[in-house]
Design a protein around this ligand. Structure first.
Ligand code: PLP
Length: 439
């Protein structure tokens, strides 16, 4: 008897949701108390179709990955064609057209100082690669710089290096003793700019800072915290003066979310290293890149093999994922994509005005950048991801057919760019319905 037979109800009549609960451990989920997962059997544009016939507007782009809608026929066609030709090949000693074309096209739209592309699989690995590039840059040069500066409240992923540079939180608590030391500065939100700058200045005084890592303009998982380009530029200016490697984690902000291709386009100073993933394939499959300037790359060129960047993954630069990314890039550069970014932003602006006028007592704060809109609900509870109001709100939205996953008491909309005005109106209406319900 196979082991699974003793544990799992294999009867054909057992629902997918039940079979799921019997066999699967879901991410970010307390399995003891979570209800059955909702089986999704189809997705088109901004709509998810559940097995029981219910539909959901995907107002968070399925964890911030989807750009042009689900099951996009153009991306599907390109992926299918690629699969019939070359599904995968080792990327050490070999290359292939999709990786080369994608790299060239990325460099065309990335900030001018970016000159090399390193592939990996997801946002966390993109960050790991960025950190390792920065640490080894100084190592290869024989310079003792090991200090890392990050923002309080940051989120850079779930692998160990990415956790280390993230803010210490409930997510990282069980691993705290295994994480390397990081020096945190305040996020330069309105009113905190000077404090944040002074904190960085103090840290840089000893001259041993290797890198500064940040989510440019919007801290995603930390609660869609937003700050201004001028504030970040002031910090980057200081880093540049002190030869600190600047790592922009654009895993969430990349590919149009903030209204420009990359959040760094709002800045005067450019990062030395950039981390990209999520939207890179239009939300179709896993792929990530870490890009760097020529200066970073050059520090690894040597007759000494020990200066090699010893990092790689089995599926590095998977051709199928690269084909999806190339198709996604075609769609990103179309005029109607930028029209959609503007349209969504305009809708958010109007909604923001309406909220301010109608619910001044219920809202602590609203924030808006490009296609991302966030509102912080006034509550008596703290703003933790784990607090109860979050669970109540998430369930309320799902019941209304809208997928929104609040971060604590922060409700945010981060939609695929194809979302229609009508669908956006529905999302706004459901949020207002929630505000009517709470005291
Ligand atoms: C800014 C940022 N960096 C890194 C990550 C980690 O990406 P992944 O979940 O693909 O590992 C995320 C995920 O939400 C993110 O928002």
């Amino acid at each position: 008897m196979k082991k699974t037979e003793s544990l799992v109800n294999n009867s054909p009549s057992t629902s997918i949701a039940q079979q799921d609960q019997d066999t699967i451990w879901h991410p970010y989920t307390q399995m003891q108390t979570a209800g059955l997962a909702i089986p999704i059997v189809k997705a088109k544009a901004a709509t998810l179709y559940a097995e029981d016939g219910s539909t959901y507007i995907d107002a968070i782009s399925s964890w911030w990955v989807n750009l042009y809608g689900h099951s996009h026929p153009y991306i599907a066609k390109k992926v299918y064609e690629q699969l019939l030709n070359l599904e995968h090949v080792i990327f050490a000693g070999f290359t292939h057209p999709p990786a080369v074309h994608l790299s060239r096209r990325l460099l065309e739209i990335l900030p001018n100082n970016q000159s090399k592309i390193f592939f990996s699989d997801n946002g966390s690995t993109a960050v790991e690669v960025g950190l390792k590039m920065a640490f080894q840059y100084w190592y290869n040069k024989g310079i003792a710089k090991t200090k890392v500066v990050a923002f309080k409240n940051a989120y850079h992923g779930d692998t160990f290096g990415a956790m280390a540079v993230s803010g210490r939180s409930a997510f990282t608590a069980p691993f705290a003793s295994f994480l390397f030391d990081v020096h945190y500065i305040d996020v330069p939100v309105n009113g905190k700019e000077k404090e944040s700058l002074a904190q960085l200045e103090a840290l840089l005084q000893e001259g041993d800072t290797a890198a500064f890592i940040f989510e440019p303009l919007v801290q995603g998982a930390g609660g869609m915290i937003m700050y201004e380009p001028t504030a970040l530029d002031a910090l980057l200016d200081l880093c540049k003066q002190n030869e600190v490697i600047c790592i922009a984690d654009e895993v969430m902000t990349g590919f149009g979310r903030t209204g420009k291709y990359f959040a760094c386009e709002y800045l005067h100073h450019q990062p030395d290293i950039m981390c990209l993933s999520k939207g890179i394939t239009g939300g179709t499959m896993a792929l990530a890149v870490t890009t760097c300037s020529q200066t970073i790359y050059d520090a690894f060129l040597s007759d000494d093999k020990l200066k090699t960047f010893f990092h790689g993954h089995s599926y590095t630069a998977n051709p199928t994922a690269c084909a999806a990314a190339l198709a996604s890039m075609d769609l990103l550069l179309q005029d109607d994509c930028s029209a959609n970014l503007n349209r969504i932003n305009k809708n958010h602006l109007q909604f923001n005005k309406l909220l301010q006028a109608k619910y001044p007592d219920k809202i602590a704060n609203t924030r808006l950048r490009g296609t991302i809109f966030a509102l912080e609900i006034k509550t008596k509870e703290t703003t933790s991801y784990l607090n109860n109001i979050r669970d109540f709100i998430a369930a309320f939205f799902l019941e209304k057919g809208v997928l929104l996953r609040p971060l604590g008491n922060v409700v945010y909309i981060l939609p695929p760019y194809c979302i229609s005005n009508k669908e956006l109106e529905r999302v706004y209406a459901v949020i207002m319905e929630l505000l009517e319900r709470i005291d």
